[in-house]
Design a protein around this ligand. Structure first.
Ligand code: FES
Length: 175
């Protein structure tokens, strides 16, 4: 038979557990949506005009969104000066394994990190390839993020996972 003291201890322990559960469940649930939201970022590209660049922070890295015009896109066909013109060695989702390295020719999305040692590249029309330049060892990339021959970097800029969720809305999504 359970004595009175043990019974009281069990009752108090039971109430404590119920109280703890009542406090913990909302706390844990509050973290789940936050975690889910961090893996998705919507970028509005509706107001971007040719030559514009937008930099967004996502999953601890900067992603560059570039709006290209028809002339810039047409120039991408020329690939003599590039190390990996068809992106056979480089990292991008399947839908970006093309000359434009993108879902739509007018928008390029790349991580800003140089593929040599990870410095952040600058977007500048002043490079020989009219695209990106790394300030650390001067690797240059074209406006599709394809690296020049002979550069310290050997791979093209990495393309993140993304999709269009509206005519002018791009969703970055962790793959
Ligand atoms: S880190 Fe970019 S060229 Fe070395």
């Amino acid at each position: 038979m359970v004595d009175r003291r043990t019974l009281l201890t069990r009752i108090v322990a039971g109430f404590s557990l119920i109280g703890l559960a009542g406090f913990s469940v909302p706390f844990i649930r509050s973290w789940v949506p936050a975690f889910r939201n961090e893996t998705i970022l919507d970028v509005d590209v509706g107001e971007m005009v040719a030559g514009d660049i937008k930099v967004v922070r996502w999953l601890g890295r900067n992603v560059m969104v570039v709006r290209r015009d028809r002339t810039q896109v047409a120039r991408l066909i020329v690939s003599d000066a590039l190390n990996d013109p068809d992106s056979l060695l480089s990292h991008q989702p399947d839908y970006a394994a093309n000359t434009f390295r993108s879902r739509k020719p007018e928008h390029l999305l790349v991580y800003a990190n140089c593929t040599h040692l990870g410095c952040e590249v600058d977007f500048t029309a002043g490079t020989r390839l009219a695209g990106f330049r790394c300030p650390c060892h001067r690797s240059e990339y074209d406006i599709a993020g394809r690296v020049e021959k002979g550069a310290a970097a050997k791979l093209n800029l990495e393309v993140p996972e993304y999709e269009y969720v509206g005519r002018t809305m791009i969703r970055l999504r962790k793959g």
